[in-house]
Design a protein around this ligand. Structure first.
Ligand SMILES: Cc1cn([C@H]2C[C@H](O)[C@@H](COP(=O)(O)OP(=O)(O)OP(=O)(O)O)O2)c(=O)[nH]c1=O
Length: 207
């Protein structure tokens, strides 16, 4: 059932400040659906990958699980029903899934792996609304320059790596590492805007 624009607003179920910023950039009218303050469903979806899970399958599964979870929370809360947007971003190289580094050592190890090579950033976006579950996954190639151990250590001494997949933020200091990208800059940041806008239009959100 296509979304009848009640007030053109959607819900964003994400703690990522980048996703909020990116939606604002293109004028999407949204309300945050916070999953964490829900007494009934305190946990969020696990972002653990299955053993040997293919990175593309992983990122699509997690984005979809976040959306299904958020839609259930929304129904339980009896908020006005609107489309719910969720996403998941992961970094992959040599078939490995690089999530958020747990600590300084892990961040240093991740950046050492990305140094001087090309990796992929995969972002999957899901829109859940009534019986609709729309999804799109965007893949970008990012080539890092060769990074000196000092540059890696200095970067990992900042807070930047720790809430980001792959341990870096292209929108931040890590822009200094990026020699070349192929794909979507907004997708690398966490929300591919061209693809997300098309998905929202498919859900009937007038953009
Ligand atoms: C590669 C890269 C990732 N990221 C961020 C985007 C995401 O916020 C984060 C990947 O983690 P995600 O699990 O996709 O998202 P999140 O935990 O931040 O928020 P939520 O699950 O609630 O939606 O990494 C950047 O900000 N810049 C980058 O260059």
């Amino acid at each position: 059932m296509p979304y009848k624009p009640l007030d053109n607003k959607i819900y964003l179920a994400s703690k990522s400040p980048r996703r909020r910023e990116l939606l604002r950039q293109v004028g999407v009218d949204f309300e945050l659906l916070s999953l964490r303050s829900d007494p009934a469903r305190g946990v969020d979806v696990s972002e653990e990958a299955y053993p040997n899970e293919d990175p593309l399958a992983y990122v699509a599964r997690v984005a979809n699980e976040k959306g299904a979870f958020a839609w259930n929370v929304l129904q339980m809360r009896r908020h006005p029903l609107r489309p719910v947007l969720t996403a998941d971003t992961t970094v992959t190289i040599d078939g490995l899934i690089l999530g958020k580094p747990e600590n300084h050592e892990e961040a240093v190890e991740m950046l050492g792996r990305l140094s001087g090579r090309t990796h992929q950033v995969l972002t999957s976006v899901a829109v859940h609304y009534t019986d609709m579950a729309l999804q799109v996954t965007q893949v970008s190639d990012v080539r890092f320059a060769k990074l000196s151990p000092d540059a890696i250590k200095a970067y990992c001494a900042t807070p930047e790596p720790y809430d980001k997949a792959g341990g870096y933020g292209i929108q931040g200091l890590a822009a200094l590492f990026v020699e070349h990208i192929e794909g979507s800059h907004s997708g690398i940041m966490g929300l591919p805007l061209f693809e997300t806008a098309n998905l929202l239009r498919k859900a009937g959100v007038p953009l």
